[in-house]
Design a protein around this ligand. Structure first.
Ligand SMILES: Cc1cc2nc3c(=O)[nH]c(=O)nc-3n(C[C@H](O)[C@H](O)[C@H](O)COP(=O)(O)OP(=O)(O)OC[C@H]3O[C@@H](n4cnc5c(N)ncnc54)[C@H](O)[C@@H]3O)c2cc1C
Length: 400
């Protein structure tokens, strides 16, 4: 049954009122600006409670099947709920590796047992998920992953190291890409995909400090870690195919995410609002023609990105290559975000060098922290260079 505009309008009003009434008060400590920057138990527990509350109210996993904790309604309702979350500037949904990629992968391709075991915990935030793809010597070259998984009776024994594991120290489960056969002709055919427990003997996740001084990811060591053999997803040797499918969700080319926004919304309007307070040589900075010129270019770019996003949702406008916009949007959006924040700092003059914690830092160092954190998304999930290759080869049809 198709949903009417009236129903959607009523739903928007309802979710908007809920977000307004339930938006948590400022906790009095710094919250992460994205799911990749959850660095303390304090932040984690605050965000866990918030995600649980949104799910319990029915605003997360709305399109996932009801029998696994979802809402069983049309995806358009989740889109509206997400828009209202962003509009009301509520805290982020931190468990995005579960909500955004492990979860939809299980919904779309998992067994009944996997769906029952994992989906509800992802939505309720009881079970935090992490992703074990990158290794110290194999990041972009994911197909070369070397961590070993050796079958021993009813278990696999895992040995090796993963790195840059977002929330590796908090996660209960990991989507793990490991090598079950080192002797295949094609390196990809020796890989398998596991839904691995994390809180077991033999797995140690050591937090890594970031450019911001905060934490968010770990180096994750596996030393004879024994996981049940039924943690494998699909068959041995199918890991590459499943990992590629996972990346489709992660990079936005495949729908199915449970919803929830995972980045603090920072837009050019936020900067314009603050620019009124800035001056240079006694003149308001907003009157400076060079600043205005740069600002307008960014405004146009931001507008084009948001229109591109809307266009991606209209099938007949993307028939030339259906995934061209989603596939290229990660590259365009993350690079734009980084340049926009850099521009904000450049307007602060000498004070641009001050950071969070310094009383003199403009806006409490907000833009500095946002700028440092903006590099995360240009690297995680595939670097901008790798994304550029994908656009060149798969969309523009250029040679490798
Ligand atoms: C904040 C953050 C969170 C992350 N979270 C996770 C996580 O939860 N789980 C996980 O598994 N990984 C995670 N990662 C790791 C991320 O996926 C890798 O860092 C990324 O894939 C790049 O791999 P690498 O660091 O080994 O760099 P490399 O692959 O060694 O690349 C080094 C440089 O070479 C360039 N390069 C490499 N190959 C090519 C090519 N073919 N063409 C052109 N240029 C190329 C890259 O663009 C880069 O500039 C995270 C990273 C960050 C920054």
């Amino acid at each position: 049954m198709s949903v009417t505009e009236k129903e959607l309008g009523e739903f928007r009003a309802q979710v908007s009122a809920w977000m307004k009434d339930n938006k948590p008060a400022d906790p009095g400590f710094l919250l992460p600006q994205s799911f990749m920057e959850v660095g303390s138990e304090q932040q984690l527990e605050f965000l866990r409670e918030w995600q649980h509350k949104m799910w319990a109210a029915g605003y997360l996993g709305m399109a996932w099947p009801r029998e696994y904790g979802g809402g069983g309604v049309e995806p358009v309702f989740q889109t509206i709920a997400d828009q209202e979350m962003r509009r009301h500037l509520v805290p982020i949904c931190f468990n995005i590796i579960g909500l955004g990629w492990a979860g939809p992968l299980i919904v779309d391709t998992g067994t009944e047992q996997e769906k029952v075991r994992y989906l509800k915990g992802i939505l309720s935030a009881e079970d935090i998920w992490c992703q074990g793809f990158s290794e110290p010597d194999n990041g972009s070259d994911l197909g070369n992953a070397q961590i070993r998984a050796v079958r021993d009776g009813d278990e696999y024994v895992i040995n090796g190291t993963k790195i840059w594991t977002t929330m590796g120290n908090y996660a209960k489960y990991m989507i793990l890409l490991a090598r079950t056969n080192p002797n295949t002709e094609r390196k990809y055919d020796g890989l398998s995909f596991f839904l691995s427990p994390m809180k077991i003997e033999g797995i140690e996740a050591r937090p890594i400090q970031k450019l911001t001084g905060e934490y968010g990811f770990t180096e994750t060591f596996f030393t004879d870690a024994r996981i049940p053999a039924d943690c494998i997803m699909g068959e041995e040797g199918e890991g590459w195919k499943i990992a590629m499918k996972t990346l489709q969700y992660e990079r936005g080319a495949e729908a199915g995410a449970a919803g929830g926004h995972s980045f603090v919304r920072v837009v050019i309007d936020d900067l314009i609002e603050q620019l009124g307070a800035y001056s240079r040589d006694g003149e308001p900075l907003l009157q400076d023609s060079l600043v205005r010129d740069q600002l307008v270019k960014l405004i146009i770019e931001e507008k084009a990105l948001s229109l591109g996003d809307r266009r991606a949702g209209v099938g007949p406008l993307t028939t030339d290559y259906p995934f061209s916009l989603p596939l290229s949007s990660k590259l365009r959006i993350t690079e734009y975000a980084r340049r926009m924040r850099q521009f904000a700092i450049s307007l602060q003059g000498a004070a641009g060098g001050l950071y969070v914690g310094d009383d003199e830092a403009p806006q409490g160092g907000f833009w500095q922290r946002a700028y440092f954190n903006s590099f995360s998304a240009t690297i995680g999930g595939g670097t901008s260079q790798v994304q550029t290759n994908i656009v060149g080869e798969h969309i523009l049809g250029l040679p490798k």
